[in-house]
Design a protein. Sequence first.
Length: 82
Amino acid sequence: MKRDNDSLYAETCLLNIIKLFSMPVIIRELIIHATVKDVPVDTDNNESSSAFISAKEKEALVKECVEQVLEILEKRKENKAS
């Protein structure tokens, strides 16, 4: 489809107007909700290892998550104080 100069000029002007009135969006917080279920993982190898996460691994994962949440809360508390 061949464009004439007028339509190309109009499109360029429109894009410049959009750029002029556009504002960046700053995301200060992103909340992600997830549901985790014990589901076997497909493995290509024929090892006899369990496809489920062990109790020790679950405990370590929960501990790591709790530590990270506490760090985030502490940083928020410091930011509000200053």
